[in-house]
Write a protein that binds this ligand. Structure first.
Ligand code: FAD
Length: 379
């Protein structure tokens, strides 16, 4: 259900206030570590998984609200926004959309309580953008399911009890299952540290049992159904990117007002004023695209428009790269020092043009859709 405006403002206001009071001190210093303390505090205030059903510990609100919460927290602490994005817009969103009652009861409450994360495993060593060529396979024997294959670049695996795994089924179609990460047959092959300090895992599954209730989608139309959840993931990614931009820009504005050169604040120089104005224009446009897609989806049975979603994903990543880079420029040498917030945000934002679909793949999706079916509705 689309949340009432008052309820939304209350929840978003509470998240923003908590972030300012509690998260500001350590913001931009997590270096990829998982911000458990912050997630626990948000959970104590009922602010994790606000778009998940109340019976599983969520708030039963819409994704528009979840995105606003991510942004309200992320303008202060982008790492916490990332944890919230994963908890509300990625695997748990799909479990809520497609999961069995048993799966929802088992997997959603620990997410809303801030106790656990929930990974998503799509990529394989030989199947990145070309997800259709993945080799991970579910086998079925007298109704019992097992899964085998390798997944790579998986985020938050150490923090998760389960992963939503994309796989092929015996009928040849792709679908998704939930894999318990403590089940027999799982082996971690390698852990990589990315340029923001986050750990991404390569793991193997050998005949790992999958209870029937852990199948999320399978069958002929499974891939299409799964794409609905993927659209929410991409809108969440756009929101997270916009939050990083906002954090960078707020830092730059504060510094530009304080720092003096040639006997005046550097914010008086036309060259910097236009930089700040352009960054503001780009960011506000990027936010507007993402929120329009989410608002229209909330009004239309929660089905995000494919073009609007992918435009938001594409644009927000490019805006983040530009805005964070220009914000760093405002700081001069300070912004380039190891440990400075802008240096960290510069590394953090770069993932947004790769994760959840590269710019190139997202462009392909937009082009396919507008060429085949035209542009999105005007109103
Ligand atoms: C920070 C981060 C977190 C991630 N988290 C996860 C996760 O939790 N779970 C998970 O499963 N994966 C995760 N990924 C992996 C991510 O989904 C993949 O990196 C992405 O899908 C691209 O796959 P690839 O890296 O193998 O690149 P490739 O597919 O090998 O692509 C290499 C280059 O070729 C381009 N390219 C490929 N095909 C085309 C085409 N048809 N047209 C034009 N250009 C093309 C790509 O855009 C890219 O520039 C994460 C990645 C990052 C950076």
């Amino acid at each position: 259900m689309f949340a009432a405006e008052d309820d939304r403002l209350e929840v978003v206001g509470a998240a923003g206030a908590l972030a300012e009071e509690e998260f500001a001190d350590r913001a931009c210093s997590w270096q990829g570590k998982f911000p458990w303390e912050n997630l626990a505090m948000l959970a104590d205030h009922g602010l994790v998984g606000v778009n998940l059903p109340e019976e599983y510990g969520g708030r039963g609100m819409d994704e528009f609200t979840a995105m606003a919460v991510i942004e309200a927290v992320g303008r202060v602490c982008p790492d916490t926004a990332n944890a919230l994005y994963v908890s509300s817009m990625v695997s748990p969103r799909a479990v809520d959309m497609f999961g069995s009652e048993a799966a929802k009861e088992k997997y959603l409450p620990p997410i809303c309580a801030g106790d656990r994360s929930f990974s998503i495993a799509i990529s394989e060593p030989a199947a990145g953008s070309d997800a259709g060529s993945m080799r991970t396979q579910v086998e079925e024997d007298a109704g019992d399911l097992t899964i085998s294959g390798e997944k790579i670049w998986v985020g938050y695996l150490q923090q998760s009890a389960a992963a939503m795994v994309w796989t092929r089924f015996p009928d040849g179609n792709l679908g998704t299952v939930i894999v318990d990460l403590n089940a027999p047959g799982i082996e971690v092959l390698e852990r990589y540290e990315n340029m923001a300090g986050q750990i991404q895992t390569h793991f193997r599954m050998d005949d790992v049992p999958v209870p029937a209730g852990n199948v999320l989608v399978r069958g002929e139309r499974a891939f299409k159904r799964q794409l609905r959840a993927l659209n929410w993931e991409r809108l969440g990614s756009a929101t997270y990117a916009n939050a990083i931009s906002r954090c960078a820009l707020e830092n730059a504005l504060e510094y530009a007002r304080e720092r003096e050169q040639f006997d005046q604040p550097i914010s008086e120089f036309q060259g910097l004023r236009w930089k700040l104005a352009d960054a503001t224009a780009d960011l506000e446009a990027s936010r507007a695209v993402a929120y329009r897609a989410a608002r229209r989806a909330a009004e239309r049975d929660r089905v995000p428009d494919r073009v609007e979603t992918n435009v938001a994903k594409l644009y927000s990543g490019q805006v983040a790269e530009e805005v964070v880079s220009e914000a760093l420029q405002v700081f001069g040498a300070r912004g380039y020092q190891r440990g400075h917030p802008l240096e960290y945000l510069y590394r953090l934002q770069r993932s947004r043009r790769i994760a959840a679909g590269t710019d190139e793949i997202v462009r392909n999706t937009i082009a396919d859709q507008v060429i085949e079916e035209g542009l999105p509705d005007l109103f």
